[in-house]
Design a binder for this molecule. Structure first.
Ligand code: GLU
Length: 590
């Protein structure tokens, strides 16, 4: 145990925890485990306006499902609690006061209306308003008002916020474990609010105070927090804590999948239409008459799938509509992965399903897509980190062993759903059938399939290498549980020969007469039959397979026959052959 290494995962309960957050949790977990340190869960719920009921429970349930255990946190305990910032509210005021007293923060009395008016005035001049070292000189705060005025306002209970007084003309240098030296110029920073009108601290103040009080040694978090880190370093400095400041590691962004991984011949028209619909919804000022041009542009760029994004460069020749379209497409087809991408493109970006207030805010999770938690972790581990070897499959303990912060990359990591499925498949193949059977039972029950454990084990054994996720075993392999719904027509059209029926039925009978309806025996007997009758495997196998499973791509024939059993096989063959004749007839007639 190394009590100097203390890391925290500090989610805000503002909705479902997306995979970026899960990856942050995972890297915190891996590093802590590797170092024998302590892992803390801290709920950062100071922003009451963004608080979403159920989000904290969702976070806890996700972490539990994934098997990441914490040492301290809400419901777990620890010496540094409470671990929910809302329950620490009374603690932060004195640090804000401390900043005021040392001249590093000030009271700002500007009302929300005044600030909005200010923002609008700037916008009308195509500028962006920022409360900073320059503008604060003109605003309503304790730096511009006289001491007397300030005193009166405070005594009158006038609402105020406390803002950080960012110094002018300085540089703040951060040595980030992932990004190396990062330099910020203070003139680019705003005077962030530390304490809000409702007396609650902002994320920035609470985060720094808590990291200090909880003796956090390393802050491992997403790159989106890098710009705030300059403020955080200033806070450590002003509060006199710079010498125990944690080390920072900012994780790379998770990027959208590359369009060529999801644009297919089948979906490209629908995808183009959906994007154009969204484009017009977002840009109401654009005339609908542009729609056909927009669709034409999309169908043109979708033709060269690999270079879709490079075709979105804005050129001087583009008119306003095209420019707007390109900007829109760029933000939808490239850049940071967003929670909407999952829905649009049909993959999960959350660990578990989330039911939000609206349909748009409800998402299906990795778990519900049929992923195993270990596979999801393995997939996420590689979104930004690599072990420097060829090994791809890591159990959690193996991952801990191989993990180090200095093997985290700076470049954005591209989300690749096919890779996620590949990982899951590897875990399915590796898992023993009995475990999978247990996981599958609730789904089998939900479908009202009645089968024995032994039968389910056989089906799982045959199907697990043919699917990417657990539910697919009963979706793709439904024919283990109910009659074949549809026969693969192409093969029948191409190869069926109604005259072959006699031999197929003859063989069926020979097999039924075997004392043992068992795979190897069935195979041996079939071979003998084929040889004796001058037939080849190809004359028989495809039709038996289609008859039993609807497809030629199902599991090995004789194993499947053994599992289904003599009576069921007979039933399926007798139903299938006349059906093949019919399917075949549709070909000759057309
Ligand atoms: N509460 C912040 C979040 O939701 C934590 C950022 C940090 O780790 O400092 O991501």
């Amino acid at each position: 145990m190394n009590d100097k290494i203390r890391l925290r995962f500090a989610p805000s309960p503002t909705g479902a925890l997306h995979i970026g957050g899960v990856r942050t949790a995972l890297y915190n977990y891996l590093f802590t485990q590797k170092m024998g340190g302590t892992l803390i869960l801290r709920i950062e719920d100071t922003d009451q306006t963004r608080y979403v009921p159920g989000a904290e429970a969702y976070i806890l349930e996700s972490l539990r499902w994934l098997g990441m255990e914490f040492d301290e946190g809400p419901g777990i305990g620890g010496d540094f609690g409470p671990y929910r910032q809302s329950e620490r509210k009374s603690l932060y005021g004195k640090y804000a006061q401390n900043l005021i007293d040392s001249g590093n923060a000030y009271y700002a009395f500007d009302t929300a209306e005044e600030l909005t008016a200010m923002r609008e005035a700037y916008e009308s001049r195509k500028e962006t308003f920022r409360y900073d070292g320059i503008t604060r000189q003109e605003l309503n705060n304790s730096l511009t008002l006289s001491a007397e005025e300030v005193k009166t306002k405070l005594e009158n209970g006038d609402p105020y916020t406390i803002r950080l007084k960012v110094p002018r003309d300085e540089e703040v240098v951060i040595n980030d474990i992932v990004r190396g030296e990062v330099v910020f110029r203070t003139n680019e920073l705003d005077d962030k609010v530390m304490l809000k009108g409702d007396g609650m601290p902002t994320y920035h103040l609470a985060n720094i105070v808590d990291d200090h009080l909880m003796k956090i040694s390393h802050v491992v978090r997403g790159e989106e927090w890098l710009p705030s880190t300059a403020h955080h370093v200033l806070l450590y400095r002003f509060l006199g804590w710079e010498d125990t400041m944690p080390q920072f590691a900012h994780l790379p962004l998770i990027l959208k999948p590359s369009p060529d991984s999801y644009i297919t011949k089948e979906n490209k028209v629908a995808l183009a239409e959906r994007l154009v619909d969204e484009f017009f919804n977002k840009n109401e000022e654009i005339d609908q008459s542009y729609r056909s041009d927009a669709l034409a542009f999309l169908s043109q760029i979708f033709q060269d799938k690999k270079n879709v994004v490079s075709k979105l460069k804005i050129s001087k020749k583009d008119d306003d509509n095209k420019r707007a379209l390109k900007v829109f497409l760029k933000s939808n087809l490239s850049g940071k992965l967003s929670k909407r991408d999952g829905d649009r493109l049909g993959f999960p970006v959350f660990p578990l399903s989330w039911v939000g207030e609206t349909k748009e805010d409800s998402f299906k999770g990795f778990r519900e897509f049929g992923f195993m938690p270990q596979a999801m972790l393995n997939f996420l581990a590689f979104l930004g980190w690599n072990p420097g070897t060829e090994q791809e499959i890591f159990s959690l303990p193996e991952m801990v062993d191989a993990f180090s912060l200095d093997r985290i990359g700076k470049a954005g990591a591209r989300f690749d759903f096919d890779k996620a499925k590949w990982f899951n498949q590897q875990y399915l193949i590796q898992s023993d059938n009995a475990t999978l059977v247990e996981l599958l039972k609730p789904m089998v029950k939900e479908k009202n399939y009645e089968v024995t454990d032994e039968y389910l084990t056989a089906a799982v054994g045959m199907m697990k290498e043919r699917v990417n996720t657990l539910p697919e075993i009963i979706e793709t392999g439904y024919y283990f549980f109910e009659p074949v719904k549809e026969y693969e027509e192409k093969m029948i059209h191409k190869k069926w020969n109604p005259d072959r029926k006699t031999a197929l039925l003859d063989l069926k009978e020979q097999l039924e007469n075997l004392p043992d309806y068992q795979a190897e025996k069935l195979e041996a007997s079939t071979k003998t039959y084929l040889e004796a009758n001058g037939l080849s495997f190809g004359d028989v196998f495809p039709f038996y397979r289609i008859a039993l499973s609807g497809t030629t791509k199902g599991p090995a024939l004789f194993e499947m026959m053994e599992a289904l059993g003599k009576a069921e096989v007979e039933k399926r063959l007798l139903t299938a052959f006349p059906a093949f004749d019919e399917v075949f007839a549709t070909k000759t007639n057309s």
